[in-house]
Design a protein around this ligand. Structure first.
Ligand SMILES: Cc1ncc(COP(=O)(O)O)c(C=O)c1O
Length: 390
């Protein structure tokens, strides 16, 4: 291999992001129907922007904050975790982070040693896999059960545990499948963690977006799990705050000083202006969350109806959460999801993300985002119907 001597083996092991590659290719083509981004298309609500502007005017944002985040924000987060997640949180158990992503990175850095094995039910959010590699850990991808809606395969997780296993990382509601891991199954996962002294790291970015009576469950709400969980949350999805880069993590108070040792060298603290915006988000009206949810629900229903009309091309599991779904490509050429998506982009001007981007178990699939306007969904599916000559 022609190794670049300047670059670490850790980083060389990381594959180029298929999501960014598709974005780059999409930009070369005019008028693309975009179903490949997982970011909210709405703008941040006004009252949140105003909270940030007020903090700027008052001169509150020019310096660093406490490493763990401003105390007023941590107090509001603790209230929210009690109210919405049934987690008995205290300010001493919280670190405000640069989005969920920096929280996850800090958690992984704080927990794992080189060579530790980390189980990831897959397909999964590709960033988690990269974070484990950057932390010098070994990602162990354990397939979920697709036919039952990509649910956790508890037996397979048990079988994947070795003396080197340190943690399990999952996101629920899931990116990319839209699966909501239900309480009953997460309680079984908790038992596994307790029996084997494993840590659980959660990514709960889509906590509020669940449909059809499915409920989000936070594994940290199980009192016995107090020592074994780091839960990562974000303002990105709930309040359309992608660019503010603000989130937080919750863990046992005895772990927080260790997690801060990983957080500080990367961040010192989360952006202070964004911390004030987040405070505005938690203190203000929560209506935007319900509005986003209703929009995603009707967009999901439309996307499922349109997929039903393409049943010779795609098979799919109905997503019960997030704003993403992960149809299986039934055509021969689907076995190479990257080539399939590149062709779809070039020939039909529809941008989707190749399933391989979410681990090898994602091959022969593509990820579609319904966090777009209904017009965009119609445009994309009209084009696909024509392309597949239906
Ligand atoms: C599962 C999941 N976690 C985290 C993120 C990013 O979160 P943040 O912007 O808070 O870093 C995303 C963004 O798409 C995501 O899908």
């Amino acid at each position: 291999m022609n190794k670049d001597w300047r670059v670490s083996n850790r980083v060389l092991k990381i594959k180029k992001s298929a999501i960014h590659e598709m974005t780059r290719l999409s930009k070369e083509i005019e008028d693309v129907a975009f179903l490949s981004w997982a970011k909210p298309t709405s703008d941040t609500p006004d009252h949140i922007k105003k909270a940030a502007i007020n903090a700027i005017k008052k001169g509150l944002v020019g310096g660093y904050s406490e490493n763990a985040g401003i105390i007023e924000l941590r107090k509001e987060i603790a209230k929210k975790l009690k109210r919405d997640n049934n987690i008995q949180a205290d300010v001493s158990q919280l670190v405000v982070t640069i989005g969920a992503v920096e929280g996850l990175s800090s958690a992984i850095m704080a927990l794992i040693d080189p060579g530790d094995e980390i189980i990831l039910p897959s397909p999964t959010y590709s960033t988690h896999i990269r974070q484990v590699i950057i932390g010098s850990g070994k990602p162990v991808l354990v397939p979920t059960i697709e036919e039952e809606g990509f649910i956790l395969d508890i037996d397979a997780i048990r079988k994947a545990i070795t003396p080197k296993t340190k943690a399990i990382i999952y996101c629920s509601p899931s990116n990319p499948t839209g699966t909501v891991f239900v309480e009953k199954i997460l309680r079984q996962l908790a038992d596994i963690a307790l029996e084997n002294n494993l840590m659980i790291i959660t990514d709960e970015a889509y906590e509020y977006f669940t449909y059809d009576g499915y409920k989000h469950f936070s594994i940290a709400s199980i009192p016995e799990m107090k020592q074994n969980v780091i839960s990562c949350f974000t303002f990105t999805k709930s309040y359309a705050m992608t660019g503010w880069r603000i989130g937080y993590l919750h863990a046992d108070e005895t772990l927080i000083p260790q997690i801060k040792k990983a957080h500080i060298p990367f961040a010192i603290c989360a952006p202070v202006v964004s911390q004030y915006a987040a405070l505005g988000a938690l203190k203000g009206s929560q209506d935007c969350i319900e509005q986003f949810k209703q929009h995603y629900l009707s967009a999901r229903n439309l996307m499922c109806r349109r997929l039903d009309e393409l049943s010779s091309v795609f098979d799919y599991q109905k997503p019960r959460g997030s704003y993403l779904m992960f149809p299986k490509i039934l055509l021969e050429e689907g076995t190479d999801s990257t080539a399939f998506c590149k062709n779809l982009l070039k020939e039909a001007k529809v941008s989707a993300t190749p399933g391989i981007a979410f681990g090898s178990t994602g091959e022969s699939h593509l990820r579609l985002s319904f966090c777009v306007t209904e017009e965009m969904i119609k445009k994309a599916f009209d084009r696909m119907e024509k392309y597949f000559k239906l």
